[in-house]
Ligand binder design. Structure first.
Ligand code: GLC
Length: 572
């Protein structure tokens, strides 16, 4: 939301006056691309479409996406008032649904950079790639403040403190939205998930945040204050509950606090079928959520039923017309602020921005600044580029999918060569001298004459609740990889790909150097840039690093002592 703009407010009011109830309800409806035909967008005046994680057109090239987008948009523009539709997607670390896009480090790594300008640059590059495929809304930044690393979405937040989250929230919003829609191209940002998604007991995804209001405001609200100050146009409501009440039913927080106290003038979108998690039948659930303050309903497959129950609820005066008008006013205001009425269609001239070299360089810079050096015994690092023989080992030494984590091409992500990018193995080969031998360990016979070994271990991809864990210890397989190399008498540097701090007591004493690389995305050159000393390590932990499972949750200022403090990070 930008500062009050009289011309826009006037246009909003004049449109609102002309709109029928059907047209207003259509604006409040968001359908999944696979559950609606372009003709239905026109028939039902649908205001928004989304791609859920991994939901891609059969031709998923950038021009295939633009084709699909324009197909839906041309239908929206055939409606009486020609109100353009807005298309949302989870571009949370680059345009990650699309093969070939540049994937940036997930937010947990960006938080370690402590560099808001870099976060803005990454968001800018992402906006350019999203816009290059025609889409105009990303469900990002996630500004959760994860307090318990057992949560599968820990990696989606920037870190465990309100201060770091606020710093990065405004940077990301400015990057995505082109600094108030003044730097073309841009997309609408969406701060999520309001509120307390990262504070649930035991880190249970979609669980219950059991803290008093003062703590809720101290930890989980500042990110939204900062995002609103940066002009964020949309906010997504959290699946989670506060003290047992579902956020999607919480009028005090959604309306009294967010809209009135914080003066948020954009619109609130519900999460995926989250309305259906409320009490009662669908009609009751819709009444509760809309009256609580939800403005646009993400009802991927039940968008028709949503419209029909809304008609009944309005005619029965269960939902007052003033609530409908407030929701539609907010949606129209954002669409007008984004100049969507002037430029509703995909801009094909942007297509060269997709997956471009400049973006890969920005991603590489983000990787350099997000990796954290936790141990460097006997100054093993920086490594020598003219070594005679380097051994790489571990399941993720040459695995782009593990490097990217969840929300990468598919919703959950997956191991293997899922998209274009550079693995650690490839980056090492590119970094060293021509006569250096680089081998990847396939079996037990280790050349004891090798100069050193690089073990690349950690988590396999996951997203959302699929990543909830009760045990964060390094796997036995990964412990064996490091131990075997050490037993062969080699200096070992261990690189950990993970969406959160893990319990590393079984290996931290067996490895000479240890680098927390988080989920760095497609450009692993950023890791070898620092490993071989072309750049210095800058990363500082965005989370306190627990020594044992029983220490969790451990956060800055809590009584339990972490293995490594929030803000820790070595350098050369
Ligand atoms: C998911 C996530 C949310 C995402 C939305 C649309 O369930 O909770 O972060 O933006 O659905 O994919």
């Amino acid at each position: 939301m930008q500062t009050e703009n009289a011309a826009i407010e006037q246009k909003v009011e004049s449109l609102l006056k002309e709109m029928t109830l059907q047209e207003k309800l259509g604006q409040m409806t968001q359908a999944e691309r696979a559950a609606i035909k372009p003709a239905e967008v026109e028939e039902f005046f649908i205001g928004s479409i989304l791609s859920g994680g991994g939901s891609v057109p059969w031709d998923s090239s950038p021009s295939g996406w633009a084709e699909m987008f324009n197909g839906f948009q041309s239908s929206a523009m055939k409606t009486r008032l020609k109100i353009p539709m807005i298309y949302g997607i989870d571009a949370v670390h680059g345009h990650n649904n699309v093969k070939g896009a540049v994937l940036f480090p997930h937010n947990i790594g960006l938080g370690c950079s402590r560099n808001p300008m870099l976060v803005e640059k990454a968001a800018r590059a992402t906006a350019e790639e999203v816009a290059s495929t025609g889409l105009n809304w990303t469900f990002a930044p996630c500004i959760a403040v994860p307090q318990d690393e057992r949560w599968g979405r820990t990696y989606e937040g920037f870190g465990e403190t309100a201060e770091l989250t606020s710093l990065m929230a405004q940077a990301a919003v400015k990057g995505y939205q082109g600094n108030g829609y003044t730097t073309y191209p841009y997309v609408l940002a969406c701060a999520k998930h309001f509120i307390g998604d990262g504070g649930t007991t035991n880190g249970l995804d979609q669980g219950n945040t059991e803290i008093d209001e003062a703590t809720l405001r101290e930890i989980h609200l500042p990110g939204y204050v900062s995002a609103i100050k940066a002009g964020v146009g949309s906010i997504m409501v959290s699946f989670s509950s506060w003290d047992g009440q579902k956020m999607h039913s919480h009028k005090y927080l959604l309306t009294d606090v967010l809209k009135n106290e914080l003066n948020f003038k954009g619109f609130l979108v519900s999460d995926w079928d989250a309305i259906q998690q409320l009490e009662g039948d669908f009609k009751k659930q819709v009444a509760t959520a809309i009256n609580a303050g939800v403005d646009m309903a993400m009802v991927p497959n039940s968008w028709k039923e949503f419209i029909s129950v809304m008609k009944e609820l309005v005619s029965e005066k269960v939902i007052p017309m003033s609530r409908i008008d407030d929701a539609v006013r907010r949606i129209l205001r954002v669409k007008l602020e984004m100049h969507l009425f002037e430029k509703p269609y995909a801009d094909r001239s942007l297509i060269s921005m997709f997956g471009c070299k400049e973006h890969r360089e920005i991603a590489r810079e983000c990787v350099r600044e997000s990796v954290v050096l936790l141990k460097n015994e006997n100054k093993m690092l920086p490594l020598k580029k003219n070594a005679r023989h380097i051994i790489l080992a571990g399941k993720s030494a040459d695995d782009l999918g593990n490097q990217c984590g969840g929300w990468s091409v598919s919703w959950q992500g997956e191991s293997g060569k899922t998209t274009d990018g550079t693995t650690i193995l490839q980056a090492v080969k590119n970094a060293v001298s021509p006569n250096t031998k680089v081998t990847i360990l396939k079996d037990d016979n280790i050349d004891p004459g090798a100069d050193f070994a690089i073990a690349v271990i950690g988590e396999k991809p996951y997203a959302e609740g699929m990543g909830d864990r009760t045990d964060l210890r390094i796997s036995d397989e990964d412990v064996r990889v490091v131990s075997r190399l050490k037993d062969a008498g080699l200096p070992v540097v261990t690189i950990l790909f993970s969406g959160r701090p893990m319990i590393i007591e079984d290996i931290i004493h067996r490895t000479d150097a240890f680098v927390a690389a988080w989920l760095p995305g497609t450009q692993a050159e950023g890791i070898t840039d620092v490993l071989f000393g072309d750049y210095n390590f800058k990363g500082k932990l965005s989370h306190s690093w627990p020594g044992k499972m029983e220490d969790i949750p451990v956060n800055a200022g809590s009584s339990a002592r972490p293995l490594f403090e929030y803000g820790f990070g070595l350098s050369y």
